[in-house]
Design a protein around this ligand. Structure first.
Ligand code: DON
Length: 583
C-alpha cells in the first residue's frame, strides 16, 4: 500500500492552501507572521488539529455518522502517529466535552501520574541539588501515561461509533506509513542526539543512524501492532502485553514505572471550572491544570476594561495584559498543584472580587518588577474563598452536526518526551515528571517555578498549563479553543478568546494574530517578532517592560460559531495543522 499523503477531500473546505502546509513550525524556529489566514467555513461540522492527516481521520469519523467524541478520539490517535514529537500513547492530557442538548460541559483528566516509588527528592543529588536532566531525559522522567485510558473512557461514555473503528485510521497510518513533513524532519534532526541514546527511538526516527528527512516515509510497525492490540482491548496497555513491555523497559533502564503503577492508573472525571466574562460563560480545565484557574483570573482582572474602545493591541491594552499575566503566574507558582494532594484555593483565585482588589495594584504607566508582584498569601485568599464558581503538546477541536464539541489538549511534554521509545511497542514516552517543581524555585523546561504545592509525591499529578476551553453564550457553543506551548498556553488561549469575544475576529484572524506573553518569572515580556510596530514597542519600553523578541510560539486552534450560526475553524499558521469543515 502506498504511504499516506496530505489529501484534500472534495467534500470539505480546508482552511489553508497546500503551500502553507509544512512551511511553518511552532516553537523557537517559527517566523511570526503578521498575516491572517482564511478560516474553514461550514454550517455542519468541523475538525481542527495540528496535522492534516489527523484532521482527515477525525473528519472521516464525522462523515461515517460519528459525533464529536468519535472525531476527537480518532484525531488524537492519529496525532500519536504523525506528530510523534508532541503527543501520543505514552503521554496524557485533558479533554472538555460540551453536550449541546443539555448545555453541560464535562472535563476529563487523563494526565500522567507519578509512579508509586517517586518521592520529593527523586531529582536531587546527594548534596541536595536539583538534577533537571533527570526529570527531562530518559526513563526516570516518565510519568504513568494516561492517553489510552482517557481516550477510551471518553469514548465509552459519549462515543457513538465502535471503538475499533475510531482506532482504525491511526493504525493504518502507522502501518502504511506517511510522508515526513518539514516540521517532523526538523524536530527529528533537532533531537537526534537525544534519540540516538535510546535504541528503540533511534530505530524508528534515525534509521541507518541518520535522521529521517522530509519527503521520506515513516512506517511504525511496532506502533501499528500496539494500536491493533488497543483496538481489540485498550486495557492491554495497563494490564496486558503492552503493560509488561513498558514495565520491562523501565526495569532494564532505571525507570520507576511498574506493572502495578500501570494497573492502578485511572482517568478522573472532574467538574470543569466555569466563570462569567461579559455575557459569556468560559469553561476550562480545573487543577491539576492551572489553565482554567488562571484564564478566569486574568479575564476577571481585565474585567470591564473597554479593550475594544482602546483598539486591538493598543499599548495601554498590551500593558494591562502583561501586568495581569504577572499577577496570575505569581499566584500559580505559590498555590497551584494537584487538588487531590494539596488544598488549592480555586474559589478565591477565580473570585471576581479578588480580581477587583488586585486590579488596584496595576499601574497604567509603569511595568512592575517580579519583586513587586507577589502571590497572595493564604490568609488574604481565605477572605475570597466564599465564591462558588458556576460551575511538545497538541490541541484539537471538534464540533459535530449537533453542535456537541470536544476541546482536547494532550502531550508527552517536551519534544519526543523523555526521548525514549518503550522497546517493542513503538510508544514514545513522556517526560511529564519535569512539570513538578523538582526543588523549590528550580525552573522547569518552560521556566516555571513552583514550591510545596507542586512537589513530587507518589501517585501525584504534575501541575499543567494546558487550557482546553469551551465558551458558551446562553448555554450554546460560542467557541472552542486551545494550544500547546508549555507556560505560554494560558496566555495564548486568553488572547485568542479576547480576539474573538472583544475584537470580533473570526477563527482565522484570532488564531493568527501576534501574541505577547509574561509569566512573572523570568522578568521579560515576550513579544512576537514582526508582530508589533515600532511605536507600540517604544510605548511598551517606555513603561519599563523588558522586551524579549521571540519567533512565534504555540500551535493553537479554534472553532468559532458566527452570528449566523456558521462555524469557522482555523489551525495556527505557526504550525502545519489544518481545519476541515463538512458540508
Ligand atoms: O502540561 C503542561 O503544561 C506541559 N507539559 C505542556 C507542554 C507543552 O505544551 C509543550 N509544547 N510546546
Amino acid at each position: 500500500m502506498p504511504p499516506l499523503l496530505f489529501r484534500c477531500s472534495p467534500l470539505s473546505r480546508l482552511s489553508r492552501s497546500a503551500s502553507v502546509i509544512g512551511l511553518l513550525v511552532f516553537g523557537s524556529v517559527t517566523p511570526a507572521v503578521a498575516a491572517f489566514i482564511q478560516p474553514a467555513r461550514s454550517d455542519r461540522d468541523m475538525v481542527v488539529s495540528a496535522h492534516p492527516l489527523a484532521t482527515a481521520a477525525g473528519s472521516a469519523m464525522l462523515r461515517q455518522g460519528g459525533n464529536a467524541v468519535d472525531g476527537a478520539v480518532a484525531t488524537a490517535l492519529a496525532i500519536a502517529v504523525v506528530e510523534p514529537f508532541s503527543a501520543g500513547l505514552g503521554g496524557g492530557g485533558f479533554a472538555l466535552w460540551h453536550e449541546s442538548e443539555s448545555g453541560e460541559v464535562t472535563a476529563l483528566d487523563f494526565r500522567e501520574r507519578a509512579p508509586a516509588t517517586a518521592g520529593r527528592d527523586l531529582y536531587l543529588n546527594a548534596a541536595g541539588e536539583p538534577q533537571s536532566q533527570l526529570s527531562r531525559n530518559g526513563h526516570l522522567a516518565v510519568g504513568v501515561p494516561g492517553t489510552v485510558a482517557g481516550l477510551y473512557a471518553l469514548h465509552q461514555r459519549y462515543g457513538e461509533l465502535p471503538w475499533a473503528r475510531v482506532v482504525q485510521p491511526s493504525r493504518v497510518m502507522a502501518s502504511q506509513g506517511f510522508v515526513v513533513s518539514d516540521l517532523l524532519a526538523s524536530e527529528i534532526a533537532g533531537n537526534a542526539e537525544r534519540l540516538a541514546q535510546n535504541l528503540a527511538a533511534a530505530a524508528v526516527f534515525l534509521p541507518d543512524g541518520k535522521p529521517l528527512q522530509a519527503g521520506e516515509v515513516l512506517r511504525q510497525s511496532d506502533l501499528a501492532q500496539t494500536l491493533g492490540q488497543i483496538a481489540v482491548e485498550p486495557q492491554d496497555f495497563y494490564e496486558g502485553e503492552i503493560a509488561k513491555a513498558i514495565a520491562a523497559d523501565m526495569q532494564a533502564n532505571g525507570g520507576l514505572i511498574t506493572q502495578a503503577d500501570l494497573k492502578a492508573y485511572q482517568p478522573i472525571w472532574r467538574d470543569p471550572i466555569c466563570g462569567p466574562f461579559r455575557q459569556y460563560e468560559i469553561c476550562s480545565m480545573p487543577p491539576p491544570s492551572s489553565g482554567g484557574v488562571h484564564l478566569l483570573q486574568m479575564l476577571n482582572l481585565i474585567g470591564d476594561t473597554d479593550l475594544a474602545a482602546q483598539g486591538w493591541h493598543h499599548p495601554n491594552g498590551l500593558h494591562l495584559l502583561a501586568e495581569v499575566m504577572k499577577i496570575a503566574y505569581a499566584d500559580r507558582a505559590e498555590h497551584l498543584g494537584d487538588p487531590d494532594f494539596v488544598e488549592v484555593p480555586i474559589a478565591a483565585l477565580v473570585n471576581p472580587a479578588y480580581a477587583d482588589a488586585r486590579r488596584q495594584e496595576i499601574e497604567p504607566q509603569r511595568a512592575r518588577s517580579a519583586e513587586e508582584v507577589k502571590a497572595s498569601d493564604t490568609e488574604t485568599l481565605e477572605r475570597y474563598r466564599n465564591f462558588k464558581e458556576s460551575n511538545d503538546t497538541t490541541h484539537l477541536t471538534v464540533v459535530d452536526r449537533d453542535r456537541n464539541a470536544v476541546s482536547m489538549t494532550y502531550t508527552i511534554n517536551g519534544r519526543f518526551g523523555a526521548g525514549v521509545v518503550a522497546a517493542g511497542t513503538g510508544i514514545v514516552l513522556n517526560n511529564e515528571m519535569d512539570d513538578f517543581a523538582i526543588a523549590p524555585d528550580t525552573p522547569n523546561l518552560f521556566g516555571l517555578v513552583g514550591g510545596e504545592a507542586n512537589s513530587v509525591a507518589p501517585g501525584k499529578t504534575p501541575l499543567s498549563s494546558m487550557t482546553p476551553t469551551i465558551v458558551l453564550e446562553d448555554s450554546q457553543l460560542r467557541m472552542a479553543v486551545g494550544s500547546p506551548g508549555g507556560s505560554t498556553i494560558i496566555t495564548t488561549v486568553l488572547q485568542i478568546i479576547l480576539n474573538v469575544l472583544v475584537h470580533d475576529m473570526d477563527a482565522g484572524a484570532a488564531v493568527s494574530a501576534p501574541r505577547i506573553h509574561h509569566q512573572w518569572l523570568p522578568e521579560t515580556l515576550r513579544i512576537e517578532q514582526y508582530g508589533f510596530d515600532r511605536l507600540t514597542v517604544d510605548a511598551l519600553e517606555a513603561r519599563g517592560h523588558q522586551l524579549q523578541f521571540r519567533r512565534g510560539w504555540g500551535n493553537a486552534n479554534a472553532i468559532v460559531v458566527g452570528p449566523n450560526g456558521e462555524l469557522t475553524g482555523a489551525a495556527d499558521l505557526r504550525g502545519e495543522g489544518i481545519a476541515q469543515g463538512g458540508r
